[in-house]
Design a protein around this ligand. Structure first.
Ligand SMILES: [Zn+2]
Length: 286
């Protein structure tokens, strides 16, 4: 379920809570008339709902952006990172128009940006392109796609660059981690509409020029391809059928765990980010 990022601080809620408190006091006052030995009491109140709702988001890719992203993931045997140029096309719909790469050093489990070079690259972008840089993606090679502690710290750093949402400042940012196994973790922080969409609440969609979609293509293929039923695990843990069989039947790149609830995984990469360059710029650029 989509998580509301911002707490409800409306005067209406404050008014309601005050009303609740008055009613509570009144009930206690009546009680006190009956039981005079209550010196203190505790009052608990709720700040609204549980902070989740059933909103979902669609992350659309142009074929060009989608092909570029997977070409990067497939081509490099190391980690690699990229930015996406994104436009909001509806309240809960975002379109990744293109993928940009920028100077950085890679290793099997790290991606490090040189501060100077990265800044230079950013500075070279025209304003309209710069303001569309709303997606950061990186690959996890053959590991799972759960964000590492470093990834999460980086995400917070990016989000802190944004000012409060307003009419002229549409605040959203998307993070993706993709691996060669076809697993994806995606997160959409949408401060404009108060939602954090996790992998499970995001539908990834790719539409071609003639209107056909990748989702439909895979769905149709699923009717023609027969996949063997996995055999049960044998007592000694020998599984004769690889669990990856049949995976292609569904177009469902969102197979990795919902990282907010995920326990630490031993395949978390100790990657290192140098995110100090981000400190100097803000969205939108002015
Ligand atoms: Zn990572």
């Amino acid at each position: 379920m989509a998580k509301k990022i911002l707490r409800d601080t409306s005067p209406e809620l404050a008014e309601k809570l005050l009303g609740d408190f008055k009613a509570f006091l009144e009930s206690k006052r009546k009680e006190r008339l009956q039981l005079t030995d209550i010196p203190q009491f505790n009052f608990s109140f709720s700040l609204g709902d549980n902070g989740f709702d059933d909103r979902r988001a669609t992350l659309r890719f142009t074929p060009k952006a989608y092909a570029k992203m997977y070409a990067l993931v497939i081509t490099y045997n190391t980690e690699v990172q990229w930015h996406g140029l994104v436009t909001r096309t509806a309240e809960r719909e975002f379109l990744v128009e293109d993928i940009l790469t920028f100077p950085h050093e890679v290793s099997e489990a790290t991606v490090t940006s040189d501060q100077g070079e990265y800044n230079q690259w950013l500075d070279s972008l025209p304003d309209d392109i710069f303001n569309k840089v709303r997606l950061h993606g990186h690959s996890h090679v053959n590991m799972g796609c759960t964000p590492s502690a470093v990834d999460t710290a980086y995400q917070k750093k990016i989000l802190n660059l944004f000012e409060t949402p307003n009419e002229n400042n549409d605040v959203f940012y998307i993070f993706m981690i993709v691996n060669k196994r076809g697993e994806v973790t995606s997160l959409i922080y949408d401060l404009q509409y108060n939602a954090l969409y996790n992998t499970n609440e995001i539908t990834i969609s790719v539409e071609f020029e003639d209107g056909e979609t990748l989702e439909n293509f895979i769905k149709e293929t699923g009717k023609k391809v027969t996949v063997p039923t996995p055999r049960p695990l044998y007592p000694l843990g020998v599984n004769s059928t690889k669990k990856t069989k049949g995976k292609a039947q569904q177009y469902s790149p969102q197979t990795s765990m919902n990282y907010m609830d995920a326990p630490a995984r031993d395949d978390e990469e100790p990657d290192e980010w140098d995110y100090s360059p981000y400190n100097k710029w803000r969205y939108p650029r002015r």
